[in-house]
Write a protein that binds this ligand. Structure first.
Ligand SMILES: Cc1ncc(COP(=O)(O)O)c(C=O)c1O
Length: 498
């Protein structure tokens, strides 16, 4: 970066944005970014050029591309990309609005600080290889044509609110799907559609948990469960899933964590982030625990149609006709329509003992009026007939082949071991924390991001306590995965945390 050109462009951008040096220093402080008064004056006078981080800060404050500021692009690129916010005196004296303290202990790192850093790098023009989010559409997984066509055809009939639980046709199809999976005692009024499973996880946790009530949640988990239980005032207690036993729940650990405040247990089967699918015997043991301690069972089965290697998915509710069970699923993953927002929950088994909980669920369901009606309108189409997802998960299909490749490639890296996933599109490898001296998994993810531009999610983001795991989403195409695995191997060949 040439010094005089940099200072010229800096002054030019400051002029365009009507910002003085003091404004920039103040704005940086307000954003929690570092920019000293004398440091800035040296940049403006052309005595010093900034390092990358300060360059990014300046570019962000001025709303210009960092490359242009650094002298790499032509002047045309200097048009501000974002509206520069200049705070007036009145705005500055306004009282501050803080987020509610209810959020203090809520963790949702799948979209956390490492992702923010990746977004900042992307805004600066870097290409980031994203192995962090289970959203099939951007990776070329297409929604079946019939689903799109049927939604289009029904759009004009979906303009009003539906019944708060959902359209009759959608719930009937979900009921039939539940019957095929052997869920006992399912009635139409016990089926609720939601804006994704996500909304229903939140709704059901609010309906069930009083302050301090305990709920057993797996570690590692899909972190929305822990976040929603916490937000509802409950106390999530994590039971271990055992990597040595194909990541199945450790039943002894689960039972040892039950107290007289425990109301329910959650399983995620097939599992995110491990890709495990629980066999019938393991599910029977979990049912026994729930039976002994009179617990409700919540089972998140959103990946039930993405099983590989001929593994059969068994719904735990089918094994527990005498217990209160809530089973969750949806179309985000099986039909690659995560953006349409459609999921459901089905109450089954002993619904008598859930009657008061049901009143709470109804109240909350009514309060949100209904879930997205156009998305409900295609549930019947999606659940019936030919299931295109099967072509992805059989040998030769993209999901299966990419799983095989990533599993092999990870295990070939010195210092990494990984259990083979049986479903979904996640793998949760173990890093030899001793070998690499890893004591902070967020730092590991940041270092990998900065050095190789690869974005993964740290194990801690899934309520895994040790800093020795991370999650890889193997949805990107094979060429991208191959590049990532090579880069990861190269990164780890010298990595050592301070
Ligand atoms: C285990 C699990 N449950 C629920 C969800 C949320 O799904 P939906 O798109 O239906 O809200 C996800 C999304 O990644 C998930 O992995």
């Amino acid at each position: 970066m040439e010094q005089s050109q940099f200072s010229e462009r800096l002054r030019q951008a400051m002029g365009k944005a009507h910002l003085k040096q003091a404004d920039l220093v103040r704005m940086a402080a307000e954003r929690g970014e570092k920019l000293g008064k004398s440091q800035l004056s040296q940049y403006v006078s052309g005595k010093v050029t900034p390092r990358r981080e300060a360059l990014g800060t300046l570019a962000g404050l001025l709303g210009v591309p960092a490359e242009w500021l650094a002298g790499q692009q032509d002047v045309a690129a200097a048009k501000p990309r974002v509206q520069v916010q200049v705070h007036t005196e009145r705005e500055r004296t306004m009282r501050e609005f803080k987020k509610s303290s209810k959020l203090d202990h809520v963790l949702y790192d799948v979209r956390g600080p490492v992702v923010d850093e990746a977004a900042r790098m992307e805004a600066e023009g870097e290409r980031i290889l994203k192995l962090n989010i289970g959203n099939p559409a951007p990776f070329g997984f297409r929604t079946p044509d019939e689903v799109v066509k049927d939604m289009r055809q029904q759009l004009t009939e979906c303009e009003g609110y539906s019944d708060s639980r959902g359209l009759f046709s959608a719930r009937k199809a979900i009921m039939q799907y539940s019957q095929v999976k052997g869920l006992p005692n399912v009635q139409m009024e016990h089926i609720y559609t939601g804006n994704g499973v996500s909304e229903l996880i939140q709704l059901s946790m609010h309906a069930l948990l009083d302050d301090g009530d305990e709920i057993l949640i797996p570690s590692p988990d899909y972190p929305l469960w822990t976040a929603c239980a916490t937000l509802a005032g409950g106390h999530p207690v994590h039971y271990l899933c055992d990597e040595q036993a194909d990541w199945y729940p450790d039943i002894a650990d689960m039972e040892s964590k039950i107290s007289d405040r425990t109301k329910a247990l959650v399983i995620i089967n097939p599992n995110n982030p491990t890709g495990a699918v629980y066999p019938r015997e393991v599910l029977e043991q979990i049912v026994e625990v729930a039976r002994r301690h009179q617990l409700m069972i919540f089972s998140d089965e959103i990946y039930d149609r993405l099983c590989m290697d001929g593994v059969e998915h068994v719904s735990i509710a089918s094994l527990a006709p005498d217990l209160p069970c809530v089973t969750f699923s949806g179309l985000s993953k099986s039909h690659m329509i995560a953006g349409y927002r459609i999921g459901w929950m089905v109450l089954s088994g002993n619904t008598r003992c859930m009657s008061d909980f049901l009143l709470g669920v109804n109240m909350l369901s009514n309060m949100r009026l209904c879930s997205n009606v156009p998305a409900q309108s295609i549930v019947q189409t999606a659940l019936g007939g030919y299931q295109s997802v099967e072509t992805y998960v059989r040998p030769g299909g993209r999901v299966c082949d990419q799983r095989d490749f990533v599993y092999r490639a990870l295990n070939e890296i010195d210092g990494i071991t990984a259990v083979k996933p049986k479903a979904a599109f996640y793998i949760f490898p173990k890093i030899d924390a001793k070998k690499f001296n890893i004591h902070d998994d967020e730092q590991f993810a940041l270092d990998l991001l900065h050095e190789k531009k690869i974005l993964v999610t740290r194990g801690g983001g899934f309520n895994w306590e040790q800093p020795d795991h991370f999650r890889v989403v193997y949805l990107p195409r094979m060429e991208v995965l191959a590049e990532c695995m090579d880069d990861l191997a190269d990164f780890l060949s010298t990595y050592h945390q301070d």
